[in-house]
Write a protein that binds this ligand. Structure first.
Ligand code: SAM
Length: 472
């Protein structure tokens, strides 16, 4: 029986409840009156239940679909303004003991190059990332208790935070490693991580077990209950995600929202972020071997429906997607994107020789960070390198309540402009710098409070004059 408060995966992701939800959504996909009522509720910006959101996802009435996109865009603007937070993944090791059938790191893949960065190699990678202008990383690793024990991950985090190269600094390290114990989550929290990210891959238990035939990841409940253990270990920012293409997208969508409802019901705080990866071609992986691939249109609709269902949750899109696709879906609710990414182990310091490919998947957006920043600026988005919320302890429910009250706009907008100014001074090409400075000049008058505007202008000037000791 569906029980969002329960600590058991089979109860907070109740299979029958998902099937009933899909049936309900199917029955009502042309029910104009109901869909309008759901849209009215969504317009209150307090979120929707998984059932209501599933009806929107199934909706077949074209003008109401347009309404969903319009509302998603508006909610995005209200909660996140025109800021887009930038990050990069850093692959530490691709040793893995699991058998995930969609991932080239699976244990039986003997031709992929296996690599694990030493602390010295991490230093080189981080310096290369700092020299691009990155301030926020997501570390990635395969699951292998011998090669990648928690101590290795903790040492790596320490190394990353310790490197201060020129004006560079990594100010927030998010962590995407396999499900682990409360004790290990506590250690990660103590190491000062930002968000703990773990993709569910699929919420469909039977498929999950087939897609993860061997290794510790095979255990559906252990994996699905990982965020509960992370919260118990003191990590209050957790990031959910589904790997779209593995199972029926409507099933995954309902499961994802039920997971968010569970975190809210059990811990009083929903997910900090939701990621929406799609399966990509990789070393020995052909995405067409999976039956549930979704096209760009459905992908955009999923993003818009997540946006209206959980307005206060950040949404992440990676370089798995093309520039054109990212351009479209950013409007519907994406708040964080990666840029200049490498998915190989050690690809930032120097490109990998072709015969030594260690990449997790093919990247579709190969532009440099400078190009990504210029592209965002050209669309009137503010690329933000800010990590102030995390550094000031505005995490978990404290962040959520600020975000739900839309207060986050009052501090995030000026902070985003200041971190952009830092980037422009230290790393941008002349073309990007000119475009960025013009954007900042256009944005200053939009800061509502006069005193905040004055402080912002003073700080921008200090940054231009070389001052860097702000706490972003
Ligand atoms: N080993 C950790 C785990 O099991 O969660 C970390 C995950 S891995 C480094 C990051 C994510 O990449 C996975 O959770 C999966 O969703 C995604 N991924 C794996 N293979 C992929 C592929 N072929 N295309 C796109 N994404 C993929």
């Amino acid at each position: 029986m569906y029980d969002p408060k329960s600590g058991h995966a089979d109860e907070f992701i109740d299979h029958q409840e998902i099937l009933d939800t899909l049936e309900y959504a199917d029955k009502n996909k042309n029910n104009e009156a109901l869909i309008r009522r759901i849209l009215e509720k969504a317009a209150l910006r307090k979120g929707l239940s998984h059932r209501e959101a599933s009806v929107l996802l199934a909706c077949e009435i074209p003008e109401l679909n347009q309404e969903i996109y319009r509302l998603a865009e508006q909610i995005k603007k209200d909660f996140y303004g025109n800021r887009i937070v930038i990050f990069a993944p850093l692959y530490l090791s691709n040793y893995c003991v699991n058998g995930c059938v969609y991932c080239p790191y699976h244990q039986k893949n003997h031709h992929i190059a296996r690599k694990k960065l030493t602390q010295e190699e991490i230093r080189r990678e981080v310096i290369a990332l700092q020299d691009m202008g990155h301030k926020r990383l997501a570390i990635e690793s395969g699951e292998d208790p011998k090669n990648n024990p928690i101590e290795y991950i903790l040492d790596s985090i320490k190394t990353i935070y310790s490197i201060k190269h020129k004006n560079g600094a990594i100010r927030r390290v998010n962590v995407n490693i396999a499900a682990t114990t409360v004790e290990n989550y506590r250690k990660l929290k103590e190491a000062g991580i930002g968000t703990y990210i773990l993709f569910q891959e699929t919420y469909h238990k039977e498929s999950y077990e087939k897609l993860h035939p061997t290794g510790p990841k095979h255990d559906y409940c252990y994996h699905t209950e990982a965020m509960d253990r992370a919260m118990e270990g003191g990590i209050d920012d957790v990031g959910l995600g589904v790997l779209f293409g593995l199972e029926m997208y409507r099933y995954e969508f309902a499961g994802l929202l039920m997971h968010a409802e569970h975190l809210e019901a059990a811990f009083g705080v929903g997910p900090h972020t939701i990621s929406v990866p799609r399966i990509k071609r990789a070393d020995d992986i052909d995405p067409s071997a999976f039956d549930n691939g979704i096209d760009d249109e459905i992908f955009g609709k999923i993003i818009a429906c997540i946006r209206v269902a959980v307005p206060y949750t950040g949404m992440i899109i990676s370089t798995r997607e093309t520039k054109a696709c990212r351009e479209k879906v950013i409007r519907y609710g994406i708040s964080q994107i990666s840029g200049g990414s490498r998915t190989s182990v050690g690809g930032y310091y120097e490109p990998e020789p072709e015969e030594e490919n260690s990449a997790q998947f093919d990247v579709s957006d190969n532009r440099t960070l400078d190009e990504v920043v210029r592209w965002l600026i050209g669309m009137d988005y503010i690329p933000s390198f800010c990590t102030a919320c995390y550094r000031e302890g505005r995490t978990g429910d404290r962040f959520m309540s600020l975000c739900k009250n839309q207060q986050i706009l009052n501090c995030c907008h000026p902070n985003a402009l200041m971190t952009l100014q830092e980037y422009l001074e230290d790393y941008a090409s002349p073309e990007t710098k000119a475009a960025g400075e013009a954007l900042i000049r256009r944005e200053i008058p939009r800061v509502p409070r006069e005193r905040t505007r004055e402080i912002l202008e003073e700080n921008l000037e200090k940054i231009q004059n070389g001052m860097r000791d702000f706490r972003f």
